[in-house]
Write a protein that binds this ligand. Structure first.
Ligand code: APR
Ligand code: PHB
Length: 394
């Protein structure tokens, strides 16, 4: 079997890359370990930066996002029983779209299948070969039979637990573990607020988000080693009521839980993101804590850069963008890593911390919610940095 670009992983990164290459007439094959149903139903975050939504539209998969996604012009920061709204449109002229990651994945799979794309699910034992040559190869097992895919490039878009990163020699990684995790729920209940609420309470962080006019998504800060069995639904609701209260009558609407799980929090960046004909994209190379909602947005930004770099290569043999891929991608990754770390430290209560740390976080929240300069900084990071060269925000 032969293709131009072999892609490992059918998350947002691998699927979108396949779609963007297809639009430039470049062939690819996507190899995914899980089955299609699993990939389409994995509940993850759901905030699309302004540029992410634009990229999905350009990729021809914006239709359902534009009809079902919720356009948000700001978020609420809640602490000390008071709410403070950060207006994105006022500060940056941009908004965000709330639309679940699994919906993006469904739209991308549908687009690839409609266009006759080759996306293979339930593929096992992926190994990579000859990455230092011009004809790398992916070996894998499908329906209990071994197979091999010859390509020009291999893209490791197989997430944090994938195999691709392990093929990069001399990899350097930077890592930060946080002393907490998020317990996330999906509830069949209308959202209790029109916009997202990020709350800092003495008991810990809570987030109110949503998926649709009838489905609410919420999170609670818990200990990293927390056992989900110790969180019966009543305990979750009680804690959400407490942490989200605002002293002026905010009421939280309850409903049956559709999903519940605990996600660890970590910052991780691996560099370089490429070696020979292997290039990494998305969670395979970097992860951020979910507080800034940057995970999927970074994966999509990587792929945007990669699709242009590969487009240039196939159009007229240009390699400059490919050579500069790591540098270009990591610039954005580190900015988002800082933003996610900053949001996380400001909004969570460090269980091993002290009153000094708490006061610093509160002082920072106070500053962000009273200074237009700080509000602008939060808004431009949250709605997403510009893609094109340079870092001019004007
Ligand atoms: N072989 C084939 N596929 C694999 C392998 C493997 N050895 N290992 C992992 N995969 C698949 C996973 O099953 C998953 O479907 O690779 C895919 C990686 O997808 P994601 O984890 O969604 O990663 P990415 O596409 O980079 O998207 C990043 O996902 O984790 C969230 O918050 C993160 O929103 C961000 C987004
Ligand atoms: C979500 O809706 O799942 C969500 C929103 C904002 C975040 C993280 C997750 O920061």
């Amino acid at each position: 079997m032969r293709t131009q670009v072999g892609i490992v992983g059918a998350g947002p990164a691998g699927l979108l890359l396949s779609q963007l290459l297809h639009l430039q007439g470049i062939e690819s094959v996507v190899l995914e370990r899980r089955d299609r149903r699993y990939v389409e139903h994995r509940v993850r975050a759901g905030v699309l930066e302004y540029g992410t939504a634009e990229t999905l539209r350009e990729a021809g998969v914006g239709k359902r996002m534009d009809s079902d996604g919720l356009l948000h012009a700001g978020v609420v920061l809640r602490f000390g029983l008071r709410s403070h709204r950060i207006d994105f449109v006022e500060h940056t002229g941009r908004s965000i779209t709330v639309y679940g990651q699994q919906e993006v994945v469904k739209d991308l799979i549908a687009a690839r299948v409609d266009a006759g794309g080759d996306v293979r699910f339930e593929v096992d034992d992926v190994t990579l070969h000859d990455l230092d040559t011009d004809h790398p190869r992916i070996e894998f097992v499908e329906d209990s039979a071994s197979d091999s895919l010859q390509c020009d490039f291999v893209i490791g878009a197989d997430g944090f637990h994938g195999v691709s990163r392990g093929y990069l020699p001399d990899l350097v990684h930077y890592e930060r573990a946080y002393p907490f995790a998020w317990l996330g729920i999906l509830a069949e209940a209308p959202p209790s607020s029109e916009e997202l609420i990020y709350a800092r309470h003495a008991n810990g962080f809570a987030l109110h988000s949503m998926r649709s006019p009838t489905v609410t998504r919420m999170y609670l800060q818990v200990a990293p080693e927390e056992n989900i069995d110790e969180w019966p639904d009543e305990r979750i609701w009680a804690e959400l009521h407490t942490r989200l209260s605002d002293g002026s009558g905010f009421t939280l609407t309850e409903g049956p839980l559709l999903d519940k799980g605990i996600t660890p929090m970590r910052s991780f960046v691996a560099t370089p993101m490429q070696h020979g004909r292997l290039l990494l994209a998305g969670d395979a190379a970097h992860i951020v804590p979910p507080t800034g909602a940057k995970g999927m947005n970074l994966a999509i930004a990587d792929v945007r850069v990669l699709s242009r770099a590969l487009g240039g290569y196939y159009a007229d043999g240009r390699t400059r963008l490919l050579e500069r891929y790591t540098e270009t991608a990591l610039r954005r990754v580190w900015r988002a890593t800082h933003f996610s770390w900053w949001m996380t430290s400001m909004l969570h209560v460090d269980p091993g911390g002290d009153a000094f740390g708490d006061q610093l976080a509160l002082a920072q929240l106070e500053y962000v919610t009273t200074s237009p300069a700080m509000a602008t900084s939060l808004a431009e990071n949250y709605t997403g940095l510009p893609y094109e060269h340079g870092w001019s925000y004007r």
